[in-house]
Design a protein around this ligand. Structure first.
Ligand code: GRF
Length: 219
């Protein structure tokens, strides 16, 4: 089958439900979006992200990390699958595997991650709990280019949300997640349209110092 859609191919890597994946699929359905989602790859057989791919007519692939002796052989299989499908960019959307330096270098400046905090604050897990415990009044999410260190790399786009009185980890997580769904497609559009320039750990977006930051505009 030939693909009439000439936009660059993006592979989305996910391990779970994939609400961010859905936001990317929905955005890329607009022909004016500068890239197409051409593959959903998961390490978890049966993950709901595969159903989302199927419903959108996007190929889904499973590379189960438990079938491989170590991380590099698992990643070699992931990399081969990405290249088989012609992926030019990769989005990590809740992909729960740590990636080695070799894999990250192979996708240098072409792999994006979404993280639920205003990086460089709160790298790693339990970001909402940590923001609540710190008494922060502003929290949010970040899309960045991936580097070998965990949740590190040039920042592209951030969205702020307020921490409200009475917030729990769950209410705050939902407020942040709703903004993740806005900024991930926007950041992917910026990168695939060639509007992000990277120099060391800095970005420029349309010539202006990054990251772009969206402040809270209500629910
Ligand atoms: C999100 O919280 C994202 O920030 C993190 O993993 C989660 C994925 O959620 N990297 P979903 O599967 O996209 O709903």
């Amino acid at each position: 089958m030939t693909n009439a859609d000439q936009r660059p191919c993006v592979a989305v890597l996910a391990s779970g439900g994939g609400t961010n994946l859905q936001a990317l699929i929905d955005a890329a359905q607009d022909p004016a979006f500068p890239a197409r989602i051409g593959l959903v790859l998961t390490n978890m057989p049966g993950a709901y992200c595969l159903d989302r791919a199927k419903a959108a007519g996007i190929p889904g692939a499973v590379v189960d990390h438990r079938d491989y002796a170590d991380r590099p052989t698992f990643e070699a299989a992931v990399d081969l699958t990405l290249r088989d499908y012609g992926a030019e960019f990769v989005c990590l959307a809740g992909f729960m595997r740590i990636l080695t330096e070799g894999f990250v270098r192979a996708w240098h400046d072409r792999m994006l991650n979404i993280h639920p905090s205003l990086l460089p604050k709160y790298k790693g897990l339990h970001t909402h709990r940590r923001a609540l415990e710190a008494g922060d009044d502003v929290h949010g999410c970040t899309v960045h280019l991936v580097r070998p260190e965990l949740d590190d790399g040039p920042l592209i786009l951030q969205a702020e949300v307020p921490v409200l009185p009475g917030d729990t980890e769950e209410t705050l997580q939902q407020r942040v997640l709703s903004r993740e769904h806005v900024i991930f497609p926007q950041a992917l559009a910026l990168v695939t349209a060639g509007r992000v320039e990277v120099s060391g750990s800095e970005t420029r977006i349309d010539g202006e110092p990054g990251p772009l930051r969206l402040s809270w505009a209500g629910e």
